[in-house]
Write a protein that binds this ligand. Structure first.
Ligand code: PMP
Length: 422
């Protein structure tokens, strides 16, 4: 049973999980233990079926076990899973990314989004010869020491570790500033790293002029502008958020979609910057499994299905999902809102203003989210176990499936309201 597996996992693995959010700490209860998944569905070890709106936090945009992706992985695996030498597939994936994302003249692969952001920061520092890094409160860039800094209340803060284990020295040059406000920079700044659409504090669009303002301010002081497109890359559109908002960053970090659900990360950008990496330049980078045959095969198969029509479809489905969740909550009288930015959907619980930054996002009613989450899970719909995560809709979420989400959400919203007012 789920209970037995989780108890055993908890004995063998800290908290029973390999990524903290999976433990359900913020919503209560214990996680379902996944045995398998297919398309829009995941199945737990007891055989319960859930319509999955987690989709590996956005990594599997075609749906689980898509036949083209699994076939590509099987073919690649039969030829060996890692060599420690260059391969044709990594070349093709780099070419494909460069073709679709104009700012990425070259691409270097690694194994996670975390590695991508840490490499981008090292690269920007090495290229500029400067140390300071500017990040935005409520953006998330993975488990990279320099980027795990604590933010203040609507003001710029410098050098506060965001978690135990990060030495003050690691974030001494990290400045945290409010999202959606263009900071004034100076010539100590190596880079500004930003989620062009914030997707780790609900889903928050960049304010008009915000990304253009960052571009101009980076240009003014000679700082490197890094777009963290680990979530938005190949999800918001074929050219990512930078294409949708028409801003050209110097560097872009990727993960998730470009590995088709197999571990991957990448940094792409301007050639002169990218060639600052070893072996051509002085900024060290390496990785035993980087450019992995399984990840690049899965990524190529996934990108192959992501043509312009796919994004038209995804945008329509995201809009429809948000509208039907919105209707369900409104009819039940359960206060919640579902912001949409292109193909990304968020959820904000409670009677609060539409958030534009982390100060606003934090007003979300987390306990109301926890109740809605559990009510949905009981109805067979899996949301992410955290009030600030995006709701991921993919090509596997057909209209039928969205209809079923609608019916279940109506019941779940009533149950969640009853639980709130009880
Ligand atoms: N950047 C962003 C915007 C992310 O959302 C995440 C993870 N969700 C990361 C970086 C880190 O990626 P990974 O979990 O693959 O290390």
């Amino acid at each position: 049973s789920n209970d037995e597996f989780f108890a055993r996992s908890t004995a063998a693995i800290p908290g029973g999980v390999n990524s903290s959010i999976r433990a359900f700490a913020s919503v209560g209860g214990r996680p379902y233990i996944v045995a398998r998944a297919q398309g829009a569905h995941v199945y737990d070890v007891e055989g319960n079926e859930y319509i999955d709106l987690v989709q590996s936090y956005g990594a599997v945009i075609l749906g689980h076990a898509h036949p083209a992706v699994t076939a590509a992985i099987a073919t690649a695996a039969a030829d060996g899973t890692s060599y420690g030498a260059p391969t044709p597939r990594e070349m093709k994936l780099a070419e494909t990314i460069a073709e679709r994302v104009g700012s990425c003249e070259q691409v270097r692969f690694m194994n996670s989004g975390t590695e991508a952001t840490s490499t981008a920061v090292r690269l920007a520092r090495g290229y500029t010869g400067r140390d300071r890094v500017v990040i935005f409160h409520g953006n998330f860039h993975g488990a990279t020491d320099a980027l795990l800094a604590a933010g203040g209340s609507g003001v710029a803060t410098l050098g506060l570790p965001g978690t135990a284990g990060v030495p003050a020295g690691a974030v001494a040059e990290t400045m945290v500033v409010p999202y959606n406000q263009v900071p004034t920079l100076d010539d100590t700044v190596a880079c500004v790293i930003v989620e062009p659409v914030a997707a780790n504090m609900g889903v928050i669009a960049p304010a008009p002029g915000f990304l253009a303002g960052l571009r101009a301010e980076c240009d003014r002081v000679g700082a490197v502008l890094v777009f963290d497109e680990v979530i938005t890359g190949f999800r918001l559109g074929r050219g990512g958020a930078q294409d949708v908002f028409d801003i050209r960053p110097d560097l872009t970090t990727f993960g998730k979609v470009i590995g088709g659900g197999v571990p991957v990360g990448a940094v792409g950008g301007r050639r002169d910057l990218m060639e600052t990496l070893t072996p051509l330049g002085p900024v060290f980078h390496s990785g035993t499994l980087s450019g992995n045959p399984l990840a690049t095969a899965a990524g190529l198969a996934a990108l192959d299905h992501l043509d312009a029509d796919a994004y038209v479809e995804l945008t329509a489905r995201a809009g429809r999902l948000a509208a039907l969740l919105d209707d369900a909550c409104r009819e039940a009288g359960f206060p919640a809102r579902f912001p949409v930015v292109g193909t990304l959907v968020g959820m904000v619980c409670g009677d609060i203003e539409h958030p534009t930054d982390f100060e606003g996002a934090k007003r979300t009613d987390e306990s109301a989210y926890a109740r809605f989450f559990h009510a949905m899970l009981a109805e067979g719909v899996a949301l992410a176990p955290g009030a600030y995560e995006a709701i991921f809709v993919g090509l596997a979420h057909t209209d039928d499936i969205l209809d079923r989400v609608a019916e279940r959400a109506q019941r779940a919203a009533r149950a969640a309201l009853a639980a709130v007012t009880r």
